[in-house]
Design a protein around this ligand. Sequence first.
Ligand code: ZN
Ligand code: ZN
Ligand code: FE
Length: 754
Amino acid sequence: MTTVSKLIKIKGLVQGVGFRPFIYRLATSHQLSGSVENNNTGVEVLVEGAESSVAQFISDIPSLLPLAASISEISVSEREITGFSSFSITKSRTLSDEVTEVSPDIGVCNACLSDMKNQPNRLAYPFTNCTNCGPRFTIIHDLPYDREKTSMRIFEMCPFCRDEYSNILDRRFHAQPVACKHCGPHYTLYYNGQQFTDTETILKTIARLLMEGEIVAMKGLGGYHLACHPFNEKTLAELRLRKSREGKPFALMFKNTGSVRQYLHLNKIEEDLLTSWRKPIVLLKIKKQFAHLVSTGLDTAGAMLPYMPFHYLLFEQLDLPAIVLTSGNVADEPIIIDNNEALRTLKPIAGAVLTYNREIYNRTDDSVAFVAGGSSRLIRRSRSFAPSPVQLTVKTEGIFAAGAELVNCFCIGKGEQAILSQHIGDLKNLETLEFYTESAERFKQLFRFEPHLAVADKHPDYLSSRFAKEMGIPLLLVQHHHAHIASCMAENRLDEKVIGISLDGTGLGDDGNIWGGEFLLCDLSESRRFTHFEYIPQPGGDTVSKQPWRMMLAYLYHYFGGAVAERFPHFFQNIGRKDMEAVLFLLKSGINTPLTSSAGRLFDAVSALLDVCRYSSYHAEAPMRLEAVANKNTDQAYNFSFDKVVSFRKTFGEIISDLAAGEEVAEVAGKFHNTVVNVIVEVSKRIRKQNGLNLVVLSGGTFQNRILLEKAEQKLKLVNFVVYSQSDIPSNDGGIALGQLAIAAKRRELEDLK
Ligand code: ZN
Ligand code: ZN
Ligand code: FE
């Protein structure tokens, strides 16, 4: 038997996820001696033993990983035999400013759920966790990840917890948030002028209140939620009113996958995503309706499963398949995390407020995803995803990318990684801007990040651009749609010339117009516009987002002249005469009427034309409704023309004829989707012919449209294009910061080579 000694260096998400005890157990099970240690670049393992056992050990590491761990890099080298007598875990070392990953929060594991039924000091204890589950990013102040540097520091471990924490063979070995009934955090319910701290009373009271149609505010993992009965229209109407949330759908938390299946369609990939340890909200097709005011007429609902022990305990008391669970905030403000603020702000909304005494340090919303083309597609990246990094192929150290405006995330560069912040939100909101500034500061500290180069959107009025400018370091401005494409390239590790198709709502163009239906020839550093959707006047600028009918009028006016009101009176039946005249005045005079090539605005116009949505109450409602009504099985399409730019004149003419002939709205909407798909394929073919490019990169918020994304990918592949789209990073503006960072990193690399 040959004895060997090997040094194994592992990078990735390997801290705060039970990695060292896992290595310890694995090594001892193979009768190996040696050591394992954490340092800020990852984990180092030294093993000695029989050659075959060492080989088996190494191959077991990736296949038997703890649930939330992931390996980005593993290297093995030969060592001189030192003759260890046993295997041990050595103390953490700080090597440099390089840091390893901060684990995102992990949904409660089955072993902990079972402890809550069996361990006397954890019976129904709602803060039970272990090295495989529990809060992480939301409670961390600083690195290395130790209890002292989390909001668990105020809770002194009892002897029982300390034993588990110190025992290498225990599932709670070095589980920083370890807690039990005797030493950990606890809940308090504020109801009816009283405070309740007994868990059973709390659960019974909340269950009763929810059943009776009351709204309850509950502190979650990354912030407060508002919960209510999913069948009670009256309560839901009240919730919408008090929260100032008119039409945007509410998410639901289901008791289990069985109850999901009763109400929603769920395929295998969707089920895997829904039940994964990240427990995101997954958008699923509706089978059986809850109250109308949950999904407000859309054909999908956002579903998630319990992820905190408390959620499980609550469902045990509730005779409901699901509850509405929406963010605890008013209108578009950030989700509330502070107990006093919750009592102040959420009390007028909710009949009862549930708090607990462990501080949420980093705010995270529930993440949102859907499945298209067999892959999961994140559209809001926050709880349980942030702050996991994206591995790039260029050096990113010291770059701060400010992101966009409406769906903001920022991004920092460490080594060759891009670390995206959690979803921040709409920066036009003062509270959200504060959240942005505060989070940027926290990322600097947490990741030992020192910015040397800032990168921002070209739009001078974006508050993120102003923030970047005020940092007082060199600043690079990047065009919005180049950033979208670069985001998709970075996610897919592409670094070559591609056909970039950015279909999006908005984005300031190089010519000062509003871009958003763009076909770019680009690589990571440079971008050139090949063609775009025809410019259409956008009467009233940003006001069109609330009034899609304005874009309908603009398209009709642009294609069919000034007498549209007389020619097509039926399209304007529900529009006020004065409003109409005001918009016609804008169109005729050109006052406050920028030009736009936006795909989002095109979808707005068609949605309004079909009377699917003429007034919208939330962002992107008109395109979402158009998708929801569309018959995706139709294979017919309308004509369009593509000379220098892509014109939809023919499309609009044919839609109007179809409608006049009494064609179903579903059919027209389906044909319109196919038309846009055909545009994508036609233009790509032209570019391939002229420039020889064969790689198509799809990004921009419009690709959150599942019909469009799936059909575009299919049809492009059918004519032999290689197609990339976004999956782990949002194709909406939440992914912009990653693209900005990748562009800045690439340009810096090219500068350095000169
Ligand atoms: Zn656990
Ligand atoms: Zn304890
Ligand atoms: Fe965008």
